[in-house]
Write a protein that binds this ligand. Structure first.
Ligand code: GAP
Length: 449
């Protein structure tokens, strides 16, 4: 059956509803009314995100000799964030309404007039002259280390994982015996007190990043920048994300972050427009130079081939695991007609699918449930699988289509007689007969990604 066009009408609403119904994503603290722009991953969501992170780690760390992994702590010395420029520069201009107490970004298009002036009008309560002049608001979450809550005990929840890599660059270099050019990769939580979060898990206040910092000799940075830009795009298409929904966007001078000389976003065409979900940045030697200056510790590299000393340039690839999960879910979401019935299917790449297989006894009698259970116990030693004996076989297939499970294994009368089962392919709907004792190899072959 040919795949139909993926859905765009109300696509976000449909996905948010499916995500909750099927246990991909729940709102944080929902029974208390929810916590703004913080989300929890349910049983299927945690598997999907774990698979995305695992594929990223495999391609960035295990398959490359020149990249090492790292897991730095979330809490870091507060000077890190002075050196990185985040204390001074990671800010948004905000205005408050003194009447209704709402807070807005100063460039909120709904504000009429110039905030701070008597004629400016609050977009929520409509009061005139109650908006304060813009004040800079830092996006970093603060907390206190130890029992005394004063300025000296102030620490930040990291707004990016990259800094944990920079401050460990010498440790990794020396302990791994790498030579420039080489990279350090890390997956971890980051926090930003976003003023305008939203669009489900697109912009949240707590999220996960998958970042890699590649340290290169100055002068070779442009070449490496091009290399990584194309590598990252290729990785995404290998995950099955449709290439016509992906594009590069080069940052204009106004868009460049304080540390970047050049930057490209990889954008996806979300239902709310083309938006970034991964960035490739040429950060020059900005971060390492600043850390050298603020820490007083030499961060130069001595090139053993030429005896030259230099502070390496950094080419960064920075992806959000949550935003990538959103891209993967939106791109996989499809509504189709099968035999006159509507089905919702998540066409995940099999390696990303939360469940790889579901096992169904055709009917709950004639030895089928016993054999199905034995087969299920064997299959789940190899892959994440689900057992379902409830309702008609058609309904059971539909449930797994919605979860994005690529293979449905049915145990029927013939299975009891000759030890073969049928395997139904989620996308083509074709069924193949496979010997039950060959199932593990069969699935392994299909799931090699
Ligand atoms: N170290 C560079 C850096 O952090 P960024 O463009 O600010 O660069 C990189 O963030 C990626 O992190 C984004 O492309 C996005 O996928 C993810 N990200 C950033 N802020 C986010 C937020 N508030 N919610 C979800 N993901 C976010």
């Amino acid at each position: 059956m040919p795949p139909t066009d993926r859905v765009t009408d109300n696509a976000m609403d449909k996905l948010v509803s499916l995500a909750k119904r099927r246990g991909f994503v729940f709102q944080s603290s929902e029974i208390y009314g929810g916590l703004g722009s913080v989300w929890d991953y349910g049983p299927l969501g945690v598997e999907l995100k774990k698979n995305i992170k695992e594929r990223w780690w495999r391609s960035m760390v295990h398959e490359r000799e020149d990249i090492e992994g790292l897991d730095a702590a979330i809490l870091m010395h507060p000077k890190v964030w002075e050196a990185s420029g985040h204390v001074a520069g990671f800010t948004d201009p905000l205005v408050d309404c003194k009447h209704c107490k709402n807070r807005f970004r100063a460039d909120d298009p709904r504000i009429k007039g110039t905030p701070g002036e008597p004629t400016a009008q609050c977009p929520v309560c409509g009061s005139k002259g109650t908006l304060t002049a813009p004040r800079m608001f830092n996006l970093m979450f603060k907390t206190f280390m130890g029992p005394v809550e004063d300025q000296a005990a102030l620490v930040y929840l990291r707004p990016e994982t990259a800094q944990g890599i920079y401050v460990n660059y010498l440790n990794v270099l020396q302990s791994s015996r790498q030579k420039v050019p080489f990279g350090i990769a890390q997956i971890g939580k980051a926090f930003r007190n976003e003023i305008t979060p939203g669009n489900f898990i697109f912009r949240t206040r707590e999220f996960e990043q998958m970042e890699m910092q590649f340290f290169v000799k100055p002068g070779t940075d442009l070449e490496w920048f091009e290399f990584w830009r194309h590598e990252r795009m290729q990785w995404l298409t290998q995950l099955g994300v449709r290439s016509e929904k992906l594009r590069f966007h080069q940052h204009t001078k106004d868009e460049l972050a304080h540390y970047a000389k050049d930057a490209y976003d990889i954008q996806y065409e979300f239902p709310f427009g083309w938006q970034e979900f991964e960035g490739i940045h040429n950060r020059t030697n900005f971060d390492l130079s600043r850390h050298q200056e603020f820490s007083g510790k030499k961060l130069e590299y001595l090139d053993p081939a030429t005896n030259e000393r230099f502070i390496p340039y950094v080419v960064e690839t920075s992806a959000g695991a949550d935003r990538t999960a959103l891209v993967v879910m939106l791109d996989a979401y499809s509504e189709e007609e099968v035999a006159g019935e509507k089905r919702v299917v998540l066409r995940f790449h099999p390696t990303l699918a939360p469940l790889k297989a579901a096992v169904f006894p055709l009917v709950n009698k004639d030895g089928m449930p016993e054999l199905a259970r034995r087969i299920f116990d064997d299959v789940r030693k190899h892959v994440n699988a689900f057992y379902d004996d409830g309702g008609s076989i058609g309904r059971r297939y539909r449930r797994q289509d919605e979860a994005g499970t690529p293979y449905g294994i049915t145990i029927d009368g013939q299975s009891v007689a000759d030890g073969t089962v049928t395997v139904r392919d989620r996308d083509t709907l074709k069924q193949e007969r496979v010997a039950a004792d060959r199932l593990a190899d069969y699935l392994a072959g299909k799931l090699r990604g």
